[in-house]
Design a protein around this ligand. Structure first.
Ligand code: NAP
Length: 299
């Protein structure tokens, strides 16, 4: 059994910022990286709204820099996922190893929401269904693809995919985009993107790979031929493992007072507890606050 001052669960923007603050305060933090080291931003293209980068910064570079900075300050990292945890006793089991800690910061982020329609699972990962245009977009050079969703992510992905693809359909269930004006305008003015409003995906079809998508618009059902389908319909907080130990809202976001929880010595930061903003900079801000709170708690 290892003994720690502070275990940070998650290595996205929130976790790494918490690590920078805690390491700088000489707390010798230990980060369990989770199943996607670097978090969601590692799969993002250009980030235009993270302060300090007037020309924007690539998500991979931003997260690599944060990790280097945390490491330089004295953070220790361990790859792997937490399989069991007792928050009150602060006992963590990670890939079979036991760790006891004086404090914990939960920074487990969120994962892409799925449509849960027929064909989605069958064609996911290399067969035409993806949740990451940055990762998979280049496979669809001169092809026709579909992006599903109406938020900033869907608009960003659709716009990004026009770099490679001949045609991009954006399928949205309503008649108005949820995305911010700047992102929406970018999509609306891109001649390669066609928006199909008030349209609901029913079934993903093909043989070895996706060849068409069954859609419903008003009372009309029809097939849309396409080579790839990118889901961008939001995220679900990664809190299942804590759900019976800590208070969460109806969607699974951990309920907090600032970054504190009702469990002494357990703090939370980032998308796993933020249903309102979900920005890189707000996650980083919460990570900083959690690092400071741990320092105060331990002293
Ligand atoms: P989001 O804002 O929650 O949007 C999700 C979209 O998916 C909505 O348009 C929603 O439709 C649709 N949707 C949800 N469930 C669906 C279903 N079952 N079937 C069909 N459509 C469904 O999520 P997001 O776009 O991932 O953005 C999350 C946060 O990150 C936001 O705060 C956003 O501003 C931020 N973000 C910012 C940037 C940027 O600034 N560059 C880029 C990406 C994300 P309805 O509209 O009808 O609800």
């Amino acid at each position: 059994m290892g003994f720690e001052n502070l275990v940070i669960i998650g290595s996205g923007c929130a976790g790494l910022t918490a690590a920078i603050y805690a390491a700088r305060a000489d707390l010798n933090p230990f980060v369990i990286e989770g199943d996607q080291p670097g978090g969601q931003l590692i799969r993002t293209t250009n980030i235009e709204n993270f302060p300090g980068f007037p020309e924007g910064i690539n998500g991979f570079d931003l997260m690599s820099n944060m990790r280097t900075q945390a490491e330089k300050m004295g953070t220790r990292f361990r790859s792997g996922v937490v399989e069991r945890i007792d928050l009150r006793r602060k006992l963590i089991s990670c890939d079979g190893d036991g760790i006891e800690s004086r404090t914990i910061i939960i920074a487990t982020g969120a994962s892409p929401r799925m449509l849960n329609i027929p064909g989605e699972e069958e064609f996911f990962g290399g067969k035409g269904v993806s949740t990451c245009a940055t990762c998979d977009g280049a496979f669809y050079k001169n092809k026709t693809v579909v992006v599903i969703g109406g938020g900033d992510s869907a608009c960003e992905e659709a716009h990004f995919l026009t770099r490679f693809c001949a045609k991009v359909y954006l399928i949205h269930r309503r008649d108005q985009l949820r995305a911010s004006k700047i992102m929406a305008d970018r999509v609306l003015s891109n001649p390669k993107i066609e928006i199909l409003w008030n349209t609901i995906p029913l079934k993903i079809c093909g043989e070895k790979k996706v060849t068409y998508l069954q859609l419903k618009a008003q009372n009309n059902e029809y097939d849309l031929p396409c080579d790839g389908i990118f889901l961008a319909i939001g995220h679900i907080p990664n809190t299942k493992i804590f759900a019976d130990q800590i208070e969460c809202d109806s969607e699974g976001y951990i309920l907090t007072d600032g970054v504190s929880t009702k469990i002494s010595g357990v703090f939370v930061a980032g998308d796993c507890c933020d249903r309102h903003y979900r920005q890189a900079i707000t996650a980083a801000g919460m990570g900083a606050a959690a690092g400071i709170m741990v320092e105060r708690y331990l002293s």
